[in-house]
Write a protein of this length. Sequence first.
Length: 239
Amino acid sequence: MKIQISKSRLFALSFLSVFYLNLILYTHPVMASDEPENISSFGNMALLPFTKGDFIEKLGAQNISPLSCPIDQVCIDLSEGDETLFFMEKLDKRLQDIFKNRLDSNLFPVDETAKQNQLLPVNRAKDTLLSHALALADQLKVDYVLVPLLWSYSERIGNQFSAEKPASVALTLYLVSAKEKKRVWAESIDKTQQSLTDNLLNAKELIKLGGKWATAAELAEAGMLTILNDFPLKSPIIK
């Protein structure tokens, strides 16, 4: 007797098997030694709003950092009403929430940062993102500035249960030290969500996203939480 299994049931069985395998491989009890470290020695950090990046490929091929290039070679000046501006506002809010939980009073007030950033004179043809971040650090009297750049994104087509096209996002976070006058940390995300049937290794990521097709903002938040595990501050990130 030949038993036939529907594709939907096969998908469900595959997801459950990998789900429990990931629980075994990746979960562990929180020990008393996992207490957050004292971050007072880190000093204050200012968080810049996201900027839309458009890094020229030939500069990247020459291994030139986007922070070292004139701003008008790296960043796109978007028109008012552009959908990308609204998307970056979502990313700003999510990144602010992450760092408010992580740094508490060590995060310089984001509203004041945004205000002073707008008031700071900028020569886009001459100034670099690095020089601008250092000028802002001097203005605010902070030790570090986090510079976030959004390279690209595409929104999910469909809904959380069925997506004709999955969301994708590419961004980089740079940490600039006022004392060392250079970038001291950077991490990037370049991700398109895949289904479990496309790649069983995506089970852990799918679980983090609630087992659904994520929006671009949700995909970006999950990615930022992951890369910030290696951020110089060692206190745990709280969503």
